[in-house]
Design a protein around this ligand. Structure first.
Ligand code: HEC
Ligand code: HEC
Ligand code: HEC
Ligand code: HEC
Length: 246
């Protein structure tokens, strides 16, 4: 019995020192279930936002009127159309992210515009969240925010939004490249993207999840520029399911 454990340990150590092991230390997408275990309140709120059901928009009959206006076929199933899927899912064709070949039990957490679309691929930084949370609980010691940035967490929210909302032909956003969104300000002025307005609209049917109080386990640069404003009005979160298990 002991021998097997040792053998496995050595095999693992060998694996971690290879290229494959190195690749395993690159951040990958995992889906919203992992985040939701600790951030239950944000998860419950996000599920009700328009990002939380963005994938459904690709199904036949959904938003027929809007599709016609954008010269799309309302009866067509676009759920596996490469020209559409990237902006309606999480981490499309990136490490760990959504693709046609992801099994259903994982895909259900990767369809829609999930946590990691805005916060970055979470396989590495989520573990640091856990460690930092426990450290803070035990010693009150805070963790530099730079540590989680180094593990793939992203704070450039506006750039994330732009990659979908400002991605159309003739867009003032310089990163624009195909496939473009069919819903441009030319189709209807309501599709003109206004970050400062949109990022402040939270809750059911809106773009953003509601905000919940942080203990400020993380500190230092980069301080998210909307943090203070949102935290002032934030509610108490539900207790984390994972954290309380220990
Ligand atoms: C094991 C529990 C756990 C998991 C899993 C987890 N987090 Fe966290 N997260 C925490 C803790 C603890 C904090 C610190 C909260 C505080 O300051 O009160 C935190 C903080 C954050 C913050 C704020 C960081 C800052 O700048 O202050 C964000 C954003 C966040 N988590 C998003 C995510 C996302 C997205 C995922 C999934 C990829 C995730 N978390 C997974 C426990 C977790
Ligand atoms: C570059 C990213 C991108 C691509 C590619 C993309 N979409 Fe979207 N889609 C968006 C964004 C952003 C919105 C939200 C627009 C808004 O409400 O301002 C959206 C909204 C929609 C809506 C809802 C419109 C409404 O008025 O509620 C439908 C339906 C839709 N997309 C279908 C599609 C289909 C079908 C394709 C492929 C032919 C596609 N999308 C490709 C980004 C994209
Ligand atoms: C991966 C692509 C993607 C990213 C990144 C993204 N969105 Fe969206 N957004 C969409 C899609 C697709 C929809 C349409 C969903 C639907 O109609 O159900 C949408 C819908 C919206 C809407 C329309 C809500 C409504 O009234 O129906 C707003 C506003 C919005 N997003 C704001 C933002 C903001 C702010 C950010 C960044 C913090 C952002 N989005 C990031 C793809 C994206
Ligand atoms: C469309 C972009 C977007 C998506 C999707 C998104 N977030 Fe956020 N999130 C933000 C922004 C913007 C803030 C406010 C800036 C900040 O505090 O860092 C934020 C703040 C947070 C915070 C800090 C505390 C709070 O409530 O404000 C946590 C924790 C968090 N998000 C977790 C999640 C989790 C978990 C998911 C998925 C279930 C998720 N987020 C989905 C953009 C997003």
């Amino acid at each position: 019995m002991k021998k097997t454990v040792l053998a496995v340990t050595f095999a693992l150590a060998a694996f971690l020192s290879t290229d494959a092991g190195l690749a395993a230390r690159k951040p990958s997408y995992e889906g919203y279930k992992k985040c939701g275990g600790c951030h239950k309140s944000q998860k419950d709120s996000w599920l009700k936002t328009s990002h939380g059901d963005a994938f459904d928009m690709l199904k036949p009959k959904e938003k027929a009127k809007e599709k016609k206006k954008a010269k799309l076929d309302p009866d067509k199933d676009y759920t596996s159309d490469e020209k559409c899927v990237g902006c309606h899912t999480t981490g499309y064709k990136r490490l760990g992210g959504y693709s046609e070949s992801v099994p259903e039990n994982k895909a259900q957490y990767l369809i829609n515009v999930g946590c990691e679309v805005c916060h970055g691929p979470g396989s590495l930084y989520r573990k640091e969240h856990s460690k930092a949370g426990n450290r803070y609980k035990k010693t009150n010691e805070k963790t530099p925010r730079q540590d989680i940035v180094d593990l793939g967490q992203d704070y450039d929210y506006e750039e994330a939004c732009n990659s979908c909302h400002m991605n159309y032909k003739g867009s003032p956003w310089k990163g624009a490249k195909e496939p473009y969104t069919p819903f441009t300000p030319e189709v209807d002025p309501e599709y003109k993207f206004n970050f400062d307005k949109a990022v402040r609209e939270t809750g059911k049917g809106k773009a953003m999840h509601e905000h919940f109080k942080l203990r400020n386990v993380f500190e230092g640069e980069p301080v998210p520029k909307l943090r203070d404003e949102f935290q002032k009005k934030a509610k108490e979160p539900a207790p984390a399911e994972e954290e309380t298990e220990e």
